[in-house]
Design a protein around this ligand. Structure first.
Ligand SMILES: [Zn+2]
Ligand SMILES: [Zn+2]
Length: 271
C-alpha cells in the first residue's frame, strides 16, 4: 500500500456505499489495481460499477468482473472515440449485450467541450448506443459536456421513453434539472462537486430528487478537493457523498444509503 494513501482519513457510514462509475483498469492503476480495489471495499464500499470507454475494453472488463463479485461492468464507446466506432464495434457491443452480464451501455454520450470527434460522429455513435440500450432493456451511462440540448434530443428520439439512465459526472446547473427529470434520468455527482469553483453544480445538488442521486469517483480522474492532486480511487467516493450530504442538509448515512439504493435500482445490482 502506498504510504500516501494511508494518510487519508475517509468519512464513512456503516451502511456502505456504491461508486457508480470507476475506471479501475490496468491502464490507470497498473500493478496497484488489485490493491486499489481491496482498499475500496475495506473502506466500506459495497459495490462499484466499472464502465468501459471503448468497446475494445470488453475483454479486460470481463476479466475484472470474473475476479470480483462486487464489481459490475458496462461497455460503450465514449464520445471522444466516436470517430473510431465502426460497424464491427457496434456488432461486438450488441453481441456483448446478448452474451454477457453488462449492467448498462456506456459510457456514451456527447462532449462538445473537447470535440475529440466531429459532432456528427458523436451523435451517430450515441444514437446507435441508445438504440441498443433500448433493444436490450439496459440503462445508458451518459457522458455529457456542453451538449445538453443535443443529448436530450438523442435520448428522447431514440429512447422513446423506454430507456433509463444516468448523467454521470454531472457538470450542469439547476436549469437542466427539469429536462433530466422529464427523461426520468439519474444525476451522478463526482469529485467536481467538492471544488470551490463548482457553484452551479453545488446549486443543483440539493434540487435533485432523493431517488435520483448517485455518487461516483470517475477515477482515476477528478480526485475530490480533500485529496486533490492525488490519483483518484473508488474509496474517495466517500468525500463526494460527504459534500453531497452537506449541500442537501442531510447526513452522510442518508446520502450513502440513498445513493446505493438508487444505483441498485438503476443498474439492477445484487444485494
Ligand atoms: Zn465520462
Ligand atoms: Zn468515466
Amino acid at each position: 500500500m502506498s504510504s500516501k494513501s494511508k494518510e487519508v482519513t475517509l468519512p464513512r457510514s456503516a451502511a456502505g456505499i456504491i461508486d457508480s462509475h470507476a475506471h479501475v483498469v490496468r491502464e490507470f492503476f497498473q500493478e496497484e489495481q488489485t490493491e486499489v480495489i481491496k482498499r475500496a471495499f475495506d473502506s466500506g464500499l459495497n459495490h462499484m460499477v466499472n464502465p468501459g470507454v471503448t468497446v475494445n475494453d470488453l475483454d479486460e472488463l470481463l476479466e475484472i468482473k470474473s475476479k470480483h463479485e462486487n464489481i459490475s461492468i458496462a461497455v460503450g464507446q465514449h464520445p471522444h472515440d466516436a470517430k473510431d466506432f465502426t460497424s464491427d464495434m457496434r456488432d461486438r457491443l450488441q453481441h456483448a449485450l446478448e452474451k454477457h452480464d453488462l449492467v448498462a451501455v456506456g459510457e456514451c454520450g456527447l462532449d462538445y467541450y473537447y470535440n475529440n470527434s466531429e459532432r456528427d460522429a458523436q451523435i451517430n455513435c450515441f444514437r446507435e448506443q441508445i438504440r441498443l440500450a433500448r433493444k436490450y432493456e439496459k440503462p445508458v451511462i451518459v457522458h455529457c459536456r456542453d451538449a445538453w440540448d443535443d443529448a436530450f434530443q438523442c435520448l428522447t428520439e431514440e429512447g422513446q421513453g423506454e430507456v433509463r439512465g444516468v448523467f454521470h459526472c454531472f457538470t450542469g446547473g439547476p436549469e437542466l434539472l427539469p429536462a433530466i427529470e422529464k427523461l426520468g434520468f439519474y444525476v451522478s455527482f463526482s469529485g467536481i462537486l467538492t471544488f470551490g469553483s463548482a457553484k452551479n453544480i453545488q446549486e443543483a445538488a440539493p434540487l435533485v430528487a432523493a431517488d435520483r442521486i448517485l455518487v461516483e469517483t470517475d477515477c482515476p480522474f477528478l480526485a475530490p478537493q480533500k485529496v486533490r492532486g492525488k490519483r483518484n480511487e473508488p474509496s474517495y467516493v466517500w468525500f463526494v457523498a460527504e459534500k453531497l450530504a452537506e449541500l442537501r442538509g442531510t447526513t452522510l448515512d442518508d446520502v450513502a444509503q440513498q445513493a446505493s439504493n438508487n444505483a441498485r435500482a438503476l443498474f439492477n445490482l445484487p444485494g
